[in-house]
Design a protein around this ligand. Structure first.
Ligand code: SF4
Length: 454
């Protein structure tokens, strides 16, 4: 870290210490200081937004206060590793490296430590990928070392069930104490000992999968899973540990998981964020009928937007919120996926690759043909409600895979991109007119002066 960054890091640490003493009183004081010493035009919109949250004491303010109920060491580490390292410093380094290497450099890397899972959920491709593959501790360590050289300080585990490897994951948290780790997990392997380890390392945050209330959840994930998950959430809350919820919405559970009752339940359990994922018909065992209809997707979009204004939880929809990130983030634009066999995929849902981390560097994988196809063609659509080259633009992915000469990375039952996209063609056709109307409404609303501050 150079001397200027060291000074910024020190200043940030002091500000965090000051807030820790009395957040309610000191947040406005600190904002006042920022206004006095930073030119008015810098980060104007962001500063106004923060002031509005603090003055109105709205749901976002309540969310900030919920943060102050967490273990103080964890909170400080989160601010340092996520806000400073992964975003403030990391982003600048990623930008420099994008220019230097003329390829995408991600903000985060998604890894499958293992393909093994203790559950067998309907429609999950992981179940059909076999249970024998693992990235070793050394493999993951090397990916993180290479990532940090490129400015990446945020790592996300998925799988398989990552917590099958919990001892290694905790060791990696210890070794890379300057990074932040998020883990998609079914939550059933979280116990007291693991919570104590989380408290010790301070940089591990679970995102626990839920499919709705007990009936919907257990019908997809297996009997008894819901009550185990509630138990895990209870433990995390008791220890003041941060966690979120991850939801895959389908035509069967969309109504439950976007209901006020569901939001209130997960907030009450202690979740700080909820991450929604559209069911993707990936793999030969996929069930395309599980995809939501255009009407259901629209209703989800409206409900999530509305609850953002009232509920004290950070909610994000991976498919409907592309407008906030400029479209598809895969192919290393903001993230990539490395499976348990080491194949470097553009996205957790797109299993085609030219590179394996056992034979190539992370940087060379980012410069491999399928990643350059993403780099050169993003965004795939100007309509941010149609971001995906597979789901909403199914003519694009087969073309990219063909041009790149990328191979299917499904080890059990490889499928061509054409075959995959036949499952989304009808969906895309039905969604297009609805998405066009919604997008037009959004643009009109944004341009309307009475909504210009939104
Ligand atoms: S490839 Fe599709 S699912 Fe993956 S990040 Fe891009 S838009 Fe999202």
């Amino acid at each position: 870290m150079n001397i200027i960054n060291k000074a910024k890091d020190f200043g940030f640490a002091q500000a965090i210490k000051y807030l820790e003493k009395d957040p309610e009183a000191n947040i406005p004081k600190l904002l006042g200081l920022v206004d006095r010493f930073i030119p008015k035009d810098e980060f104007k919109a962001q500063r106004e937004a923060i002031w509005s949250v603090v003055e109105s004491k709205d749901n976002w303010y309540q969310l900030i206060m919920r943060f102050y109920e967490l273990d103080p060491g964890i909170r400080t580490t989160f601010f340092h590793n996520f806000i400073m390292n992964a975003n403030f410093f990391g982003w600048t380094d990623q930008d420099k490296n994008r220019e230097k290497y003329n390829c995408n450099i991600p903000w985060t890397i998604l890894l499958d430590p293992t393909s093994a899972c203790n559950l067998n959920c309907t429609g999950c491709w992981a179940a059909e990928y076999g249970h024998k593959l693992n990235l070793s501790y050394e493999d993951i360590d090397s990916i993180i070392e290479q990532g940090k050289d490129l400015g990446i300080y945020f790592y996300i585990y998925t799988g398989g069930e990552p917590l099958v490897r919990k001892a290694d994951l905790i060791k990696l948290c210890e070794k890379h104490s300057d990074c932040i780790f998020l883990c998609f997990t079914n939550g059933t392997l979280i116990d007291k000992e693991f919570c104590d380890n989380m408290l010790r390392v301070k940089n591990f945050v679970p995102a626990i999968s839920l499919e709705g209330f007990e009936k919907a959840n257990d019908s997809r994930r297996g009997a008894g899973t819901y009550s185990k998950v509630m138990n895990s959430m209870g433990l995390l809350k008791e220890k003041n540990l941060p966690f979120g919820v991850s939801v895959c919405y389908t035509k069967d559970n969309w109504d439950d998981v976007s209901s006020e009752e569901f939001y209130d339940k997960i907030i009450d359990m202690g979740a700080l964020f909820v991450w929604f994922f559209h069911y993707m018909p990936v793999g030969k065992g996929a069930v395309p009928e599980l995809m939501v209809t255009p009407e259901q997707r629209t209703e989800l979009y409206e409900r999530i937007k509305a609850f953002r204004k009232t509920k004290s939880i950070f909610a994000m929809d991976f498919q409907n919120d592309a407008q906030y990130v400029g479209g598809c983030i895969a192919g290393g634009r903001r993230y990539l996926h490395i499976n348990a066999a080491g194949d470097v995929d553009p996205c957790v849902f797109i299993h085609y690759s030219n590179a394996n981390i056992h034979d190539t560097t992370l940087l060379d994988a980012l410069r491999s043909p399928i990643f350059m196809e993403y780099h050169n063609r993003q965004p795939f659509n100007d309509n941010m409600l149609r971001p995906c080259p597979m789901l909403e633009n199914p003519e694009i992915l087969p073309d990219m895979v063909k041009k790149a000469g990328a191979k299917s990375t499904n080890p059990e039952a490889p499928e061509s991109a054409e075959e995959l996209c036949t499952r989304t063609t009808k969906y895309a056709k039905n969604w297009t007119p609805v998405a066009e109307q919604l997008w037009q409404d959004y643009i009109n609303c944004k341009n309307c002066s009475s909504h210009s501050a939104e």
